[in-house]
Design a protein around this ligand. Sequence first.
Ligand code: CU
Length: 333
Amino acid sequence: MKRREFLRMGAAGVVGAGLGASGLLSWTPRAQAAVVSKTFYVTDGNITQPDGVKVYFRGFSAAAGALRVPGESLVVQEGDLVRITVINTLGTSHSFVIDGVVDSGSIGGGQTQTFEFTAGPPGSYLYYDRLNAPYNRVTGLHGGFAVMPAGSGNQVYSGSPTFVQQKLWVFNDCDPAWNKAVRDGYTPTGEYVPRYFTINGLNGRPPGAPGNGDPMVDAMHNHDTALHGHVGDRTLVRVLNAGMCTHSIHTHGNHMEWLTENGEIRPQVWSKDIVYLRNGMGKCDVIYPFQAPPDAYPPVTTGAYPMHLHDEMTQTAGGGLYMFGAMTDIFFE
Ligand SMILES: [Cu+2]
């Protein structure tokens, strides 16, 4: 991503939002609210799946000739004025919605619309296309949006446990027959049969498989997705589900501190090695504490551990390829 797309000079100074070079969601708190501008192009195209099959997708992309699923993440501060421009390059109508925050309304084929909203309350949100629900959303028109508490660089909500770095995991699943129906302009009639499961649009590529170790396609090595830290690098993960399937997120090495569930602050912070993620835009915020793994003997402070989902079908692709599903890695460095 081009960082300059997120930079804007204003009365409050330089405003940055989005992903840093490390793949972390970078954030520097500001004393004042600012204006954050972002343009998305609604585009379409094919994305090659790990079994080699090309599948049709739509996305909120960075350029007219590009396709990006999910769309770029945005991080802003509570109280910021967020100005979004959506340029719809397709012939079909689309929208940009954040539940409870903003709804662009229908943006017709070939149309451009700019709209504004004030960011808040703090939390993690999915932006998505609400039209033709849920087909436009699961066909790729979604992305992550985070609102930091005003003046805070290390809290999810005011008074929350603190973190030192943050990432987004956006899950989705795909039945190619649905995507094909959307491409061809009709409503899918068949039962939903997911064949591909993604995290931030990517799949695991196990050792020996094409793309293994390539950060552009291998979710276990993608900079926006894999967790990297030293002991003590408490990492907030904002988890969003754009897809049709529920998930049980499971981490090795450490348990997660489970802070929020579907936008609600949990009354107590539980330490869990599996966290439930509802389908149909469920979400949660967890902190992976990067403590020396407590169960390792002899004791260790380095090593690689997986994050996989305990709903087993999500670890497959193409109807059975194991370990090509939605997973990533956690690196203690
Ligand atoms: Cu496991």
